[in-house]
Ligand binder design. Structure first.
Ligand code: B12
Ligand code: SF4
Length: 605
């Protein structure tokens, strides 16, 4: 019997990216990952911690990072060397459609008798198609799979039956598919723990650092995230995590918040071990005034020292920033406003504020001690024309003038790419929003992912601009914003010059791909292959440098001491565990082991 119950594998977006020549472009410019999206979902950590707490041995392996770090890393041999009762593969973000299935196929090839389970938002949306792949035995649907996962493993251990596991889509030995009700949709996010010490304990247990880091450069930029909720109160039409998508596809009518005290506890715990900035994902203002007060006061109470950044879904007022500043020494803000044009933002579903309020909020934050304000714009949204994308750059110039070129303001523009989200309003009803879908099924998306450039990979076309126009306008706006930032001294001259060269080279490369695609089919692969290195260099960071996204960090002695303590304690426990046959669980210290069953009972969907 394997020693590990479950191994969770994170695949690269495109499995054989090392053997293909693809100009992924600026698709991952706004996130810490490279274009193969090596960052795994936070949910892998919450699943692993929860299951360990319940006596189930779990390991996370970030195959994407292992493949990125070592060009000759033999994935098949590595997978063959693993042994578990069950393998899990995340297909949370649709860009992993290619890699996740190919990794599942390799698992089946190496371990034909071991079941493979999929999960994540995209797996939930495509569960019926996903289960038809030979390599997939189970799909666990929904945004909260920790407890259903525990029940599934109990069934695999011989207690209960598969049709009792909530949210499970499964195949029996004859291949017959059953879709159990999507009934596990907890009202809050309190039964789980987002605790990075799980990852640290795992590093010690398996002597595997690269396999568990959240993304490639995490060790040099150890940013940590905490999540305030699952679901969203907003309804942006292209978002696959909107109120509409959660209701229609993920069985959620109401946002599940994490209790502010627990959230503060998560952050206190991270701050003890990790020096990086903390990023609080999903706007906590959605939870109301009392929550806001308790959370911010709670952070103040733990003596928050790490830089902390908040994502807001609409522009907060001055009093709120005053309150933040009175309680936190180093805080930053991030807002995605998508367009400078109020009509376009309204068509996107963010009509609840206007651009004057955006300017006001930026000024108010900067006046009140905000360390950094990141403002994001996007191309490809409903009704947006190529001219409008370029005009956004003019607006950015206006904004920098309005704040006296304050270097704490960082503006970015990126395309809605590679995909329009499955399960969004636009995906479900493209005609209504002026879109044509180039791919609908999972298999069609897999095929698109291996096309030669991001313009071909995109799963949509907007009536308001063609993909060619969109790519051109995005590069134009990227160039203009980069110049504005360079001239205003927001970024240094060398960075601005490098980015300008890269964007110009990226455009030339895109044109060359078009020429190759119009030429004879027989020579396409050879011609594209000759450009591989160039494509990789130009896709790492196109419209800005990755480091522009980085918030500051500071390593203090206390981080080194607490990591050393954890290292010594875990090593001792592991050695003792090996001798006695009782290896300790890598669960959060914040929870007693084992905990009582969660209070949430299944409800019919
Ligand atoms: C936070 C967030 C992020 C964070 C992610 C942090 C992280 N490491 O998870 C950041 C900002 C980095 C991010 C990046 C991206 N994101 Co995002 N993100 C979100 C957001 C706002 C919340 C996600 C959330 O609440 N997760 C909580 C729950 C749902 O997920 P979870 O806890 O991680 O995992 C649970 C389940 O999903 C499931 N599960 C997950 N994996 C597995 C695996 C198995 C085997 C099983 C059984 C279950 C399972 O069980 C978990 C535990 O219960 C959503 C919008 C929304 N309102 O949902 C968009 C969203 C998920 N992101 C989206 C996208 C497109 C992206 C990007 C691809 C954008 C881009 N082009 O750069 C990147 C990909 C990043 C990468 N891999 O490198 C889309 C996804 C649409 C789709 N179906 O593909 C969403 C829906 C909306 C959007 N457009 O932003 N994102
Ligand atoms: S884009 Fe952000 S605010 Fe809008 S629905 Fe999606 S998660 Fe919510």
């Amino acid at each position: 019997m394997p020693q590990i119950d479950l191994i969770l594998l994170h695949a690269p977006a495109v499995y054989d990216f090392r053997e293909r020549s693809i100009m992924f472009g600026p698709v991952s410019d706004m996130v810490p990952s490279t274009p193969i999206f090596e960052m795994y979902p936070l949910g892998l950590t919450t699943i692993a911690e929860y299951l360990e707490r319940h006596g189930i041995r779990v390991r996370i392996v970030n195959l994407a990072v292992l493949m990125l770090n070592k060009p000759d890393f033999d994935v098949e041999a590595y997978i063959r060397s693993l042994d578990a009762r069950l393998f899990g593969v995340d297909l949370h973000w649709l860009p992993h459609a290619h890699g996740s299935i190919e990794i599942a196929r390799l698992v089946k090839k190496c371990h034909p008798d071991t079941p493979v389970i999929f999960g994540g938002l995209s797996s939930t949306f495509f569960h019926e198609e996903l289960i038809t792949y030979d390599a997939v035995d189970f799909v666990l649907r929904g945004d909260s799979t920790e407890e259903p996962f525990r029940r599934l493993i109990e069934v695999m251990r011989g207690r209960g039956s598969y049709d009792e596991v909530p949210n499970l889509t499964w195949k029996d030995s004859s291949g017959a598919v059953t879709v159990n009700p999507l009934s596990w949709v907890p009202d809050d996010m309190n039964a789980i723990s987002l605790d990075y010490s799980f990852n640290m304990k795992s590093v010690i247990r398996y002597r595997d650092m690269a396999g568990v880091v959240p993304f490639k450069d995490w060790l040099s930029y150890p940013v940590c995230a905490s999540l305030t909720c699952r679901g969203c109160t907003h309804d942006c039409v292209t978002c696959g995590g909107s109120k509409y998508s959660f209701r229609e596809h993920f069985g959620r009518d109401k946002v599940a918040f994490r209790d502010p005290d627990l959230l503060v506890r998560d952050i206190a715990h991270i701050q003890k071990h990790i020096p990086g900035p903390m990023f609080v994902l999903n706007d906590f203002l959605q939870a109301g005034r009392d929550y806001t007060r308790d959370f911010v006061k709670g952070l103040s109470g733990i003596g928050m020292k790490n830089p902390i950044g908040f994502e807001f879904f609409k522009p907060p007022h001055e009093e709120f920033y005053e309150f933040l500043n009175a309680n936190l020494p180093d805080w930053s803000v991030e807002i995605s406003v998508e367009s400078h044009d109020d009509d376009i933002r309204r068509a996107f579903g963010k009509g609840h504020y206007n651009i004057d309020q955006v300017e006001e909020t930026v000024k108010a934050a900067l006046r009140n001690g905000c360390s950094r304000f990141d403002l994001y714009f996007m191309s490809g949204i409903p009704t947006q024309t190529a001219d409008s994308v370029r005009e956004t750059a003019e607006y950015v110039k206006h904004l920098y003038d309005a704040v006296g070129n304050d270097p704490r303001l960082l503006c970015f523009m990126s395309p809605m790419a590679p995909f329009l989200d499955p399960g969004s309003r636009v995906f479900d009803d493209p005609d209504k929003y002026g879109y044509k879908l180039r791919a609908r099924t999972l298999e069609e998306h897999r095929e698109r992912l291996v096309m030669p450039s991001w313009k071909y990979i995109m799963n949509y076309e907007s009536d308001a601009m063609t993909p060619d126009e969109m790519a051109d306008a995005t590069y134009d706006a990227g160039l203009a914003i980069n110049r504005i930032k360079g001239e205003a001294g927001i970024i240094d001259a060398a960075t601005a010059a490098r980015t300008e060269t890269r964007i110009n080279e990226a455009r030339v490369a895109m044109n060359r791909i078009d020429d190759i695609m119009q030429g004879p089919v027989a020579t396409r692969d050879t011609q594209l292959w000759a450009l591989k290195e160039e494509f990789e260099r130009l896709s790492q960071s196109t419209v800005c440098e990755k480091t522009e996204l980085n918030w500051p960090r500071s390593v203090e002695l206390k981080h080194v001491v607490s990591c050393a303590k954890l290292f010594i304690r875990e090593n001792a426990l592991n050695i003792a565990g090996k001798l006695t046959g009782q290896v300790p669980p890598a669960s959060s210290d914040q929870h007693p082991v084992p905990v009582a069953q969660p209070v949430c009972e299944p409800t019919e969907s």
